[in-house]
Design a binder for this molecule. Structure first.
Ligand code: FE
Length: 324
């Protein structure tokens, strides 16, 4: 974060790449070190939230030192591409390593790890047989028993965008309204607080990203929480990605593409996914045993770029439905 632009000035050698990352240092530094050890290519980076990073890329324009942008959620990757800061990359390696639905149809960004946004429930008060789909969380039996995170978070905007893609706008709106009617309490600022509320008995079911569940269970293995994979008889669980793209004005484009290809490889995928308890995006790579223990599921195979193209519709729909 403290690296100024001057640090990069004149750094034109091809054995160096500059990364702007919305993932924190603890998650990316081990990867960068492994790549440098493997190839000799040095990696400089800054970390920040996705908003400021994108603003910085736009402001720097052709003068940006950044070769690669790493961020989370396809909604954010889609937006970065729309803002023109990501370049098309035609790579056979990336196309073969990353399934088509986990990357930009125009090849400007590529999913590198997968997270499911799924149902979490109290294993004390709910039986898995009581659960089935995201839609059914609007059933009257969940009245006063549902907890949700704020609709301001891109993860929920992406979830609702995918429902619009699959079910249409009016059906999705009535589902979201039925969720709001079932809320036990105000929406939560983050997934962890939501799960703590379930563990504390404030509500019985909710929707969270899998890795937050993993983090909480690591800290509190006794918590009476379990994951449920919804919509297994139809479209599957909503999956999203963290991913990356090469910048439009990359000074080390070739080296940056090579690095992305390496990130998608069998060698690097566990390094990318495991530290945050995510699933590898490359289907040839198995998830970490601790993640695999949550069970197998069918994920939705609709292209994750829809989270971006339908995001504005999703935001307006959630507002109309009274989802705060
Ligand atoms: Fe997250």
């Amino acid at each position: 974060m403290a690296l100024g632009l001057t640090t990069f000035a004149g750094a034109a050698s091809t054995d160096e790449i500059v990364v702007y990352s919305a993932r924190n240092e603890q998650l990316i530094k081990p990867l960068f070190d492994a790549y440098t050890a493997d190839t000799g290519t040095r990696i400089k980076f800054i970390t920040d939230k996705e908003g400021p990073l994108l603003e910085r890329l736009k402001a720097e324009g052709v003068n940006t030192p950044a070769d690669i942008l790493i961020t989370v959620d396809a909604g954010n990757l889609w937006f970065a591409a729309k803002e023109g800061v990501l370049a098309m990359v035609n790579s056979k390696v990336l196309k073969s390593n990353i399934p088509a639905h986990l990357r930009d149809p125009e090849n400007r960004w590529f999913g590198l790890s997968v997270r499911a946004r799924t149902i979490v429930y109290s294993s004390k008060r709910v039986k898995p047989a009581d659960l089935s789909t995201y839609e059914s969380l609007g059933d009257s039996k969940w009245k006063g028993r549902l907890c949700l995170r704020t609709s301001k978070k891109v993860y929920n905007q992406s979830l609702v965008a995918m429902m619009i893609a699959r079910l249409g706008e009016s059906k999705t709106e009535s589902i979201v309204k039925s969720w709001v009617a079932n809320l036990a309490t105000d929406v939560f600022p983050d997934d962890t607080k939501l799960m703590e509320a379930i563990a504390a008995g404030q509500c019985d079911v909710g929707v969270v990203n899998t890795y937050y569940y993993g983090r909480l269970m690591k800290k509190q293995p006794q918590a009476d929480l379990a994951l449920f994979w919804p919509n297994q008889a139809d479209r599957g669980v909503h999956v999203n990605v963290s991913g990356a793209g090469v910048t439009t004005h990359a000074k080390h484009r070739e080296a940056a593409v090579k690095f992305l290809e390496w990130l998608s490889s069998e060698k690097a995928q566990n390094l990318f996914a495991d530290e945050n308890m995510e699933y590898p995006a490359n289907p040839k790579v198995k998830p970490h045993a601790g993640v695999a223990a949550w069970g197998k599921f069918k994920g939705d195979t609709i292209n994750v770029s829809k989270t971006g193209s339908l995001q504005a519709k999703a935001v307006m729909l959630m507002d109309r439905a009274g989802y705060k």
